[in-house]
Design a protein around this ligand. Structure first.
Ligand code: ADE
Length: 222
């Protein structure tokens, strides 16, 4: 199962003939190949969690790969691919009642791991395709991060390499359903300053790079 957030991100995966399997609760499911279903679940943690649970209940995928773009917290050029080994939710905060910042209620975890086998395979596919990539921590939250203050806070609290709005929610749903999960995120902006200009300019190309790596990986596994 491939899980995207936005139409602009999933676009490069679809052709005119790609069958739309169904739309449920605003989430569209497409058949990409006999053994691959992709879905476009919407932006943010709630949409992502809803789409992930629907995906699992409807199609019981062997694994879920989240594909998309991210804002960068390091000195990485736009277009760099980040393969997360861990995910956290930067806006989860019950510290006022004594919890550590980022603790996810119910599962009592701050960090959710990526499936190491999938992450290793993706790492090898990126290297073989000569795609500039690095491993790192992804911080997810319901904010398009664009201020230096927020960026500095997330980096110092979670040591994150990149930020986006869904992966850690998908990781949580996969974790409780025991579905292997990994993500590919390509940098579309620097999460500060002119984010809108960078994001609008680079989102499609960045999303196409992540889909390309996903397809290469799927081909290698077929
Ligand atoms: N996705 C891409 N860029 C982002 C940013 N700066 N903040 C949150 N999600 C993003």
């Amino acid at each position: 199962g491939l899980l995207y957030a936005m139409k602009g991100e999933i676009e490069s995966m679809l052709t005119e003939d790609t069958p739309l399997l169904q739309e449920k609760a605003g989430v569209s499911f497409y058949r990409i190949r006999e053994d691959i279903i992709a879905c476009c679940g919407g932006v943010g943690k709630v949409n992502a969690a809803m789409a992930t649970q629907l995906f699992i209940d409807l199609y019981r995928p062997d694994l879920i790969l989240n594909v998309g773009v991210a804002g960068c917290f390091e000195d990485l050029p736009i277009g760099t691919l980040v393969l997360p080994d861990r995910f956290m939710q930067h806006d989860m905060d019950t510290s006022a009642v004594g919890d550590p910042v980022g603790l996810i209620s119910g599962i009592n975890m701050i960090e959710l791991p990526a499936d190491t086998k999938i992450a290793d395979e993706l790492d090898r596919v990126c290297a073989a395709a000569n795609v500039n990539h690095r491993l790192g921590v992804i911080a997810s939250g319901d904010q398009f991060v664009h201020t230096t203050e927020r960026r500095v806070w997330i980096v110092s609290t979670f040591n994150a390499s990149a930020v986006e709005m869904e992966a850690a929610a998908i990781a949580q749903v996969c974790f409780v359903n025991k579905i292997p999960f990994a993500a590919i995120r390509v940098i579309s902006d620097e999460a500060s300053g002119d984010v809108k200009i960078d994001y609008m300019t680079f989102v499609k190309a960045a999303a196409a790079t992540s889909s390309d790596i996903a397809l290469r990986w799927l081909r290698a596994r077929a």
